[in-house]
Design a protein around this ligand. Structure first.
Ligand code: COA
Length: 162
């Protein structure tokens, strides 16, 4: 088998993140975003990957001892006035491992975790111009939600005389 070929989804194991996975997770993120953020990943691991996870999920897809992708999310109750639902904050698959079903496995696994907690609605937020992630989520059956994201630019602290 060609070592560079993506692992078929069947050869991939989806499990909870462990401390030793963080290097691979940060490397996948760096390959995609080009922004190194080691402190951020340490904090996310602390918040979503350790202790009594309760409603929080940080799952990785492992193949042949290497992390090929990850998904992070959480069950939230009554935020934005909405009954309990599962939020997917991040999903990333190593570029060379894509289109082999790993993203689908990761999303399926986190949805299964949500379902165990009684969740029947899953939501996410994505950039309008990110066609790739839009195509992926649409392929998984996700559709536009009845919400409108709003934002405002704030003056940085110290520039408004306060
Ligand atoms: C989106 C992503 C997670 C998909 O992972 P993946 O392992 O390639 O996904 P799958 O192989 O399970 O693909 C499932 C379906 O998604 C759709 N899809 C995936 N990649 C696609 C692409 N490049 N173009 C169009 N559709 C695509 C297809 O419908 C595909 O089904 P098919 O292979 O039967 O056609 C991966 O491309 C990724 O990490 N992209 C960057 C993510 C990102 O921008 N994250 C930042 C926001 S959190």
């Amino acid at each position: 088998m060609n070592a560079a070929a993506p692992a078929p989804a069947a050869a991939v194991r989806v499990r909870n993140v462990q401390a030793g996975d963080l290097g691979d997770v940060a490397a996948i993120d760096l390959e995609i975003t080009r922004v190194p953020k080691p402190e951020y990943w340490a904090e996310i691991y602390h918040r979503y990957g350790t202790g009594r996870r309760q409603q929080r999920f940080f799952l990785v897809a492992e193949a042949a001892g290497r992390i090929e992708g990850f998904v992070i999310g959480e069950v939230r109750d009554w935020e934005f006035g909405s009954p309990r639902c599962g939020w997917v904050f991040a999903i990333n698959v190593r570029p060379k491992a894509r289109l082999a079903g790993i993203g689908s496995r990761l999303l399926g696994a986190i949805c299964e975790g949500f379902r165990h907690l009684g969740v029947i609605k899953v939501r996410t937020l994505l950039g309008r111009d990110n066609q790739l992630i839009l195509s992926f989520f649409r392929s998984q059956g996700m559709m536009a939600a009845p919400f409108i994201p709003l934002e405002i630019d704030l003056e940085p602290q110290g520039t408004d005389g306060k």
